[in-house]
Design a protein around this ligand. Sequence first.
Ligand code: ADP
Ligand code: GLC
Length: 492
Amino acid sequence: MTKGYNVLFVTSEVFPYSKTGGLADISNSLPQALNSLGNEVRIISPKYGQLDERRLQIHEIKRLKDLKMDVAGKSTKFSIKSSFIHGKNTKAQIYLLENQDYFKNKGIYQNIKTKEDFSNNDERFLFFSKCVLEILEILQWKPDVIHCNDWQTALIPALLRKVYHKNPHIKDIKTVFTVHNLAYQGDFPKSAFEKTGLPDSVWNEVGGYQKGRFNFLRTGLHYADKITTVSEKYAEEIRKDKSLSCGMGDVLEKRKRDISGILNGIDYNVWNPSVDKVITYRYTYQEIPLKYENKRELLSKFNLPYKENTPLIGMVSRLVESKGMDIMVKALPELLKEDIQMIILGTGEEEYQKFLMNMKKKYPNKLIVQIAFDENLAHHIEAGADMILMPSKYEPCGLTQMYSLKYGTVPIVRNTGGLSDTVIDYKKADGNGFLFNKFDAKEFLATVKNAVSIYRKNKQKWYTIIRNGMALDYSWKVSAAKYMNLYKKLTS
Ligand code: ADP
Ligand code: GLC
């Protein structure tokens, strides 16, 4: 076995402590996968609101209690607590940063009542990033690599190079910056830069391009030693397609030799119908009839009848434009004229939530809508639905379609980003789903109708599609090794 690396994995969400989307799942599963390859990966993340410390087995660390940090001219106290996330035969230590000024509320990025972004998100994540670097000396454990994720942690490489560069204990640590979604950038007025303590040279190097604003993501792209995105296709798209480079084209071009795409992996101890702890009827690809028992149960929970030849189409998604909600809105009234049943679980923008609730009123016998973030229901939908919709405008990776493949829930997806890298069109012998190209309601609708028709008329083909999907292995096996290789390149 190659020598393992010490890695501090810095992230703004980790399941089960916090979650708004796929990043939380990755922050749980990737460190464990890397640890099983002989690395020592420890995670660090904010501790939002009041977690049940006993249930989650969160402990104090005496020497990391009541520390002080200055941010934006204010001094604030923080403590680092410790816990472990566990898999079947794997685990990873997690440090949780507790602070009353910035992370007292339950919301991760937004006020959970008003659904508005916290007005001090710049300070919150600057504070977090500075604490991460500050505690390295007292941790009594030194990482070879700090692995940052998304804009919330993107200042760390610059802080390391420009503020902590004289500290002999940490100055030689390397950085990896993984971009899970280039559209979320942490873009703030210039006053945010002034809070960072970064020298003016940083502003001149990165700030000048930003029309007087300070962009966390851009700063990360500029200073990280290596950059990754979460699928190969998305890595290519953000460099070639202006509409997807989100204003970062110049810095992506400059860093092209240091950017790579590594497809996310799935934790098959959690998202797997044969071991899933949430669902009632566990099944393998040889036991598809049991899948239909889950479907029956799911429908009955919402008082809808189970009908032999009527597909149940699911969607589990943030209800935002990038997830394809615009074309959903256009396609749904037409789609609901078909003999189908649908279940949609999501939270997000008010207009989409309202639209879905209205549609539910119109079609109470066909459509289930749950405006909620409900981890258990997400598992029940993966197990009980026949198909899942992901008409994304763009998709850096997407975990939902990979979960669906394992559950024999046929994905109907737009041909973009990680969806292109994981879903194979049903027309091919090894096809496992349905793809459409244009971001267009008509094409989307036609693709869903075609899937419904095959479901109904060609069961043999349908089972082949299901089996092809369930047979695939999108575990971390391959991708974790790729990250390890990247750490190796950086440190040798
Ligand atoms: P993204 O991170 O862009 O939202 P992914 O497909 O990578 O998309 O990951 C989405 C994750 O969030 C999945 O684990 C999915 O089950 C979960 N999820 C999304 N919306 C909800 C919801 N309303 N309730 C429960 N889980 C959700
Ligand atoms: C982001 C992306 C999603 C990806 C997830 C985990 O939220 O939108 O495509 O799967 O991060 O990397």
